[in-house]
Design a protein around this ligand. Structure first.
Ligand SMILES: *Cc1c(COP(=O)(O)O)cnc(C)c1O
Length: 362
C-alpha cells in the first residue's frame, strides 16, 4: 500500500490526476499550451463563480510562496502602506516579503495561539495610514481559520484593500469575493485543489492589477496577466504541473465543486478529531476556530513527535510536526488529498496500537 500524505501539501494524488502527468511534451509557444493555460484560468474563476470582467486569474510557475510574493510585491503601490496581520508563520513571512521589497509595512502581531484582534484592526485602519491589509485566511501553523469576512468588512469602512494568502484555503473554504475591499487572493495547485507543486496563482481584481508597482521581474503579476490575456506566457511554465492542475480542476467540478470539497474535508477532519478525542488526544483549537483543511493536536502524554511520526509512517501515513517551537507539544493532520473515511479509520487504528504499546510499556 502506498504512503498517504497527511501534511499540508503536497497532497496524495488521485489516480486520475497522476495519469494526467503523462501527456505529450509541449512547447509553451504552441496553441496546445495556450489551450491548457486558458482552461486552467477559466476553471479557477469558476471555483468561486468570479466574473472575468472584474477578476483576473493569473497563473504562475512556482510554489505557493511565489504567488503570495507576486501579490504583495505587485499590488501595493510605491506610495502605499501595508498592515500585516500576523498570528503564525505565514503572516510573519508576508512581513518579511514586505521588508525585502522595501514596502512600507507594519505588523499587528499576536501570539500563534491567539485570534486576530479585530477591534485593534479597526482602530489601526481608522488612522487612515494604510492603503492595504494582508491576512492569511487559513493559518496553517495552527489550523486556525482567520475571520476573513470580518477583516474585509472592517477594511471596507476605510477604503483599505485586502490581500489574502489563501494558499491553504482556496478550493476548501468559503470566500466572499463580492466585497470590493477584497483585492486579491493567492493560491496554489497542490493543496485544496489536489494538483502537484509548481503551479500557483493569484485571483486579482483587474483594477488592482493596474494600480500596483514594479518591484520584481519574475514575480510581476501585471506582466503575467497581460501575457496570459493575449494567449502568451512571459517565462517557461511547469507544463506537467499545469497538466495536473487542469485535471484536478476537472475532477473538482465533476465531484460537485466547492461545497462538495468543503463537506468532504469537514467530514474527514471531524472523523479524525472525534476518533482522536476517544483516544484522549486533544485539539489545539475549538472547532469553531478551525479550518476543515488541517488541525493541530497535543502530542499524547509520554509520546514524542519522532516516535509518533515513525510509528505512523511504518503504517503508511505521513503526519506533520508542529511548526518551530510548537514541535515539542503539537502535531498536525491535514485531510486534503485523495483520502477516504476508510483511510482515516486505519489511521485511528494505528494510533490505538501505539497508545496500547505505551500503556503496556508503562
Ligand atoms: C503552504 C502554505 C504557503 C506556501 O507554501 P509553499 O511551500 O511555498 O507552497 C503559504 N501560505 C500558507 C498559509 C500555506 O499553508
Amino acid at each position: 500500500m502506498s504512503t498517504l500524505l497527511l501534511n499540508p501539501g503536497p497532497v496524495t494524488l488521485s489516480e486520475r490526476v497522476r495519469r494526467a502527468l503523462l501527456q505529450p511534451d509541449l512547447c509553451h509557444r504552441e496553441s496546445e499550451y495556450f489551450d491548457l493555460q486558458d482552461e486552467i484560468r477559466e476553471r479557477l474563476l469558476q471555483v468561486y463563480g468570479l466574473d472575468p470582467q472584474s477578476w483576473a486569474s493569473v497563473l504562475l510557475t512556482g510554489s505557493g510562496t511565489a504567488a503570495v510574493e507576486a501579490m504583495i510585491s505587485t499590488l501595493v503601490p510605491s506610495d502605499g502602506r501595508l498592515l500585516v496581520l500576523e498570528n503564525g508563520v505565514y503572516g510573519e513571512r508576508i512581513s518579511e516579503m514586505a521588508r525585502r521589497h522595501t514596502i512600507a509595512a507594519e505588523a499587528m502581531r499576536v501570539s500563534w495561539e491567539a485570534p486576530i484582534d479585530l477591534e485593534g484592526l479597526r482602530q489601526r485602519l481608522a488612522t487612515g495610514a494604510y492603503s492595504h491589509v494582508a491576512v492569511v485566511h487559513h493559518e496553517t501553523t495552527t489550523g486556525r481559520l482567520n475571520p476573513l469576512a470580518r477583516v474585509v468588512e472592517i477594511a471596507a469602512t476605510t477604503g483599505t484593500q485586502v490581500l489574502v494568502d489563501g494558499v491553504s484555503s482556496f478550493g476548501g473554504e468559503a470566500f466572499d469575493f463580492s466585497n470590493p475591499a477584497l483585492a486579491a487572493v493567492a493560491g496554489t495547485g497542490n493543496k485544496c485543489l489536489h494538483g502537484i507543486p509548481g503551479a500557483a496563482f493569484v485571483m486579482a481584481r483587474r483594477a488592482a492589477l493596474g494600480a500596483g508597482a514594479q518591484r520584481s521581474l519574475y514575480l510581476d503579476l501585471a506582466d503575467w496577466c497581460r501575457a496570459q490575456d493575449q494567449r502568451g506566457t512571459p517565462f517557461t511554465p511547469s507544463i506537467p504541473a499545469y497538466y495536473a492542475l487542469r485535471e484536478a480542476l476537472r475532477e473538482f467540478a465533476d465531484e460537485g465543486g466547492l461545497s462538495a470539497r468543503h463537506a468532504r474535508f469537514a467530514a474527514l477532519a471531524e472523523q479524525v478529531e472525534q476518533g482522536l478525542a476517544q483516544r484522549g488526544i486533544r485539539p489545539l483549537l475549538p472547532v469553531c476556530d478551525s479550518s476543515v483543511v488541517l488541525r493541530a493536536y497535543y502530542l499524547p502524554k509520554g509520546v514524542s513527535y519522532a516516535r509518533l511520526h515513525d510509528h505512523l509512517k511504518a503504517q503508511g501515513f505521513v503526519i506533520y510536526a508542529g511548526q518551530a517551537r510548537l514541535a515539542q507539544t503539537l502535531f498536525r493532520i491535514s485531510t486534503m488529498g485523495a483520502l477516504s473515511a476508510a483511510d482515516m479509520q486505519r489511521l485511528l487504528d494505528a494510533f490505538s496500537q501505539l497508545l496500547q504499546a505505551r500503556s503496556t510499556a508503562a
